[in-house]
Design a protein around this ligand. Structure first.
Ligand SMILES: [Zn+2]
Length: 55
């Protein structure tokens, strides 16, 4: 399963909280405008994901 949440500008804080709650670790946040926000219909501005060094 990919540890990855997409979020728009407005929902990026919520996405980080959800990531920490779901995966119990700190994510990295990158600019990534390829997906839809998990929390609304807008295009995502960020991806909140597991840091590369732990892959
Ligand atoms: Zn949103």
């Amino acid at each position: 399963m990919d540890k990855m949440i997409f979020a728009c500008e407005e929902h990026v804080d919520m996405a980080i909280d959800d990531y920490v709650n779901e995966f119990e670790e700190a994510p990295e946040v990158l600019k990534e405008e390829i997906e839809q926000c998990r929390y609304c219909q807008l295009k995502a501005a960020y991806v909140i994901r597991r840091p590369e060094e732990f892959c």
